[in-house]
Design a protein around this ligand. Structure first.
Ligand code: HEM
Ligand code: HEM
Length: 165
């Protein structure tokens, strides 16, 4: 039985955490970019530069997210620890499924906004998609903390140094 996430799965997890954190937390310039862009105003070079970084990181999230999903189909994932109640197992599964969905649809909406000037895509991107992503991250981190400190399982180890270390 698989006990840990594979090394490529672990590297992808943490690499994507960094990229997502950057796009979520360093996105102030994107608000200004959106206003100028959709208002047909000229865009200063510094705002255009940060928008390009945001777009590049976002497209990297899309590509890595798809790669990670393929890896999941091929390599599988370790089973939920026995101590986890069935109800919370379902919540965790739904949360992971929603993460993978958002890794794909959020960058696609960004592409719609950035390259095709689609305002509905921009609205969804900075509206419910951003909110959903934050909610998922909150639930996810809370779940990991409960595993680590309340149930004292190996869940964090299998996504970092490995459960046999
Ligand atoms: C999962 C990956 C991504 C995340 C987490 C993300 C996150 C964000 C956030 C937090 C904002 C700012 C919202 C605000 O002002 O409060 C934003 C705006 C924006 N993002 Fe992304 N983004 C991602 C991918 C992309 C991609 C791939 C593109 C384009 C290729 C893109 C283009 C834009 C644009 C154009 C805006 C401004 C929209 C507007 O204000 O009307 N994003 N994004
Ligand atoms: C942007 C933030 C994050 C995102 C998008 C994210 C996403 C994910 C996803 C999608 C999975 C499921 C992998 C799969 O079953 O294929 C996962 C697993 C995991 N994540 Fe995160 N994660 C984030 C932040 C964190 C943080 C901050 C921690 C540590 C506190 C963490 C610890 C873990 C652990 C331990 C697992 C393994 C869970 C298990 O064994 O079932 N993640 N993460």
């Amino acid at each position: 039985m698989k006990t840990d996430f594979s090394i490529p799965q672990r590297v992808l997890h943490w690499l994507m955490v960094v990229l997502l954190a950057f796009n979520l937390l360093a996105s102030d310039g994107m608000g200004a970019f959106g206003q100028l862009y959709f208002g047909d105003q000229p865009i200063p070079a510094d705002i255009a530069f940060s928008a390009n970084i945001h777009a590049t990181f976002g497209i990297a999230i899309l590509v890595l997210g798809v790669l990670r999903l393929c890896l999941r189909f091929v390599q599988g994932v370790p089973p939920a620890p026995a101590v986890e109640p069935p109800m919370l197992r379902i919540v965790a599964k739904l949360c992971h499924f929603a993460f993978y969905a958002i890794f794909i649809i959020m960058p696609l909406a960004g592409i719609g906004a950035f390259y095709f000037k689609n305002s509905a895509a921009a609205f969804a991107h900075i509206g419910w998609m951003k909110t959903l992503l934050w909610i998922l991250i909150g639930l996810h981190v809370a779940g990991v903390l409960v595993h680590q400190f309340y149930w004292k399982t190996e869940v964090l180890k299998r996504m970092t140094i490995g459960s046999r270390s």
